[in-house]
Design a protein around this ligand. Structure first.
Ligand SMILES: [Zn+2]
Length: 448
């Protein structure tokens, strides 16, 4: 072990590429070298400034562009594998929490293979209750290094009877004790229980939503007193709180409660948008979940016409709200709401939508790096390529600033490194991936 001036220890390795985007907001650099020691970045610069000693350990990424490991801060790894179970309503009753946990691992790996080294999993409710322990087990197994995958933050639903998150279960389904709470003290207890089980994030909802039956998206969920209690409980344990908000009313409730992130961009009005900008609160757009392609996939999976029509009805509002919030200078951090596994691994498609809606490719890339890290309060260690941060580096064939969609093809994601270790290596002459096979290649079953 070699002691470094930065206090970082471990073996030294050099990563080279054609270009580097550090995602601090500065200009890209050509002929870059990233010096890694152990699991952290020691130095970033150009090849003529940083000498590479002979016999050094060099990971040569050729002409590839080096970017920070990407983050999707609104994803649902615990959703069903709908390429295995055609109809999600059937899957909802056939799949055990134990099997769901295996899917969560697999889904996390699909995203990891595509350059997403950090995920904030936004939780799941099933007929067997909230799957907090299952998500935490996946997170911990990856953290321990016994399976390969991205770093994960786990969110746990903490919400009221009949809320949007409760309606993920059909209305006729029996609710287990303790998966909802009503009034501040029940909600505090639910939040405490979720945190006791290992959740990193409390996830709640202040309005109706999209993907559920017999629910209008603009209804209110919860009272201010209830939301205040939930956010306060998260903060008491030094955890963060994410609030699903479709309406300006719910956005104001989230701001008033001191929520850390606002989830989704659906309806907006200018005064409330300005309040969000003033507060500096990060908003995750989840627009990949609003496209015609997303609606079509749900149609194929047996989603009800009510939900499909609702998704179509709010679609243009979502895109307009994104443009309004971007123009107003609201902090935006990337989240997709991906869950079904035909879509897992496709998170970077979200960035192409931002660019189509008028955001610069550099700003788009920063939503899934620096901004995402700031939103989930991991920016001390992650989000940019700077000395002292974890060596989460992705080498991309192509220039995302010229064509952001280059991030969507697996063959272009040449190297995925997390904390200094290479997990995927698709450079010429190498063929290491985290997951073998492409979506659609796994076995389809009708029942278990
Ligand atoms: Zn979600």
């Amino acid at each position: 072990m070699e002691a470094a001036t930065t206090g970082v220890t471990g073996a030294v390795r050099y990563v080279t590429g054609g270009k580097l985007i550090d995602c601090t907001g500065g200009a890209p650099i050509d002929n870059p070298v990233v010096v890694i020691q152990g699991d952290r970045i020691k130095q970033v610069g150009t090849r003529d400034k940083i000498g590479i000693p002979p016999n050094a350990d060099v990971l040569d990424c050729g002409s590839a562009t080096l970017i920070p490991g990407m983050m999707d801060i609104h994803i649902h790894t615990l959703m069903f594998n709908c390429l295995t179970f055609h109809n999600f309503r059937v899957a909802q009753w056939e799949i055990t929490p134990e099997l769901t946990q295996m899917y969560a691992m697999f889904h996390a790996q699909l995203a990891f293979d595509m350059g997403f080294t950090t995920l904030r999993d936004m939780g799941m409710l099933t007929y067997r209750g909230l799957l907090v322990r299952e998500a935490c087990a996946v997170r911990d197994a990856i953290e321990m290094g016994i399976v390969e995958g991205p770093r994960m933050m786990v969110a746990a639903f903490t919400t009221i009877t009949g809320s949007h998150l409760d309606l993920i279960l059909p209305r006729a389904a029996e609710r287990l004790a303790f998966q909802n709470g009503d009034g501040p003290w029940e909600l505090r207890k639910l939040a405490r229980t979720n945190l006791l089980q290992g959740a990193d994030v409390i996830k709640t909802c202040a309005s109706g939503g999209g993907g559920t039956d017999k629910e209008e998206p603009d209804i209110r969920n919860m009272t201010q007193v209830e939301l205040d209690a939930i956010v306060d409980e998260a903060h008491a344990f030094h955890k963060i709180c994410a609030v699903h908000c479709f309406t300006p009313q719910s956005q104001r409730m989230a701001l008033s409660a001191g929520a850390d992130t606002i989830e989704h961009m659906v309806f907006s009005e200018s005064d409330t948008t300005d309040m969000i900008k003033q507060a500096g609160t990060y908003v995750t757009p989840t627009l990949l979940h609003r496209t015609d392609h997303a609606i079509q996939l749900r149609k194929e999976q047996g989603t009800s016409l009510f939900v499909l029509n609702k998704m179509k009805r709010i679609q243009s509002d979502c895109f307009t709200t994104f443009q309004n919030m971007h123009k107003a200078g609201v902090n935006i951090a990337m989240g997709t709401d991906m869950g079904f596994d035909p879509e897992m691994g496709s998170s970077s498609g979200e960035l192409a939508i931002y660019v189509d809606l008028g955001m610069s490719p550099m700003d788009a890339l920063m939503t899934c790096t620096r901004n995402a890290a700031r939103a989930i309060k991991l920016d001390k260690d992650l989000g940019t390529l700077e000395p002292g941060k974890f060596a989460d580096i992705v080498a991309v064939n192509g220039d995302p600033l010229a064509d952001i969609s280059c991030l969507q093809q697996k063959k272009n994601i040449q190297v995925v490194m997390k904390e200094g270790k290479v997990y995927a290596d698709r450079r010429p002459g190498h063929s290491k991936s985290v997951v073998d096979g492409e979506p659609g290649s796994w076995k389809i079953v009708d029942y278990l």
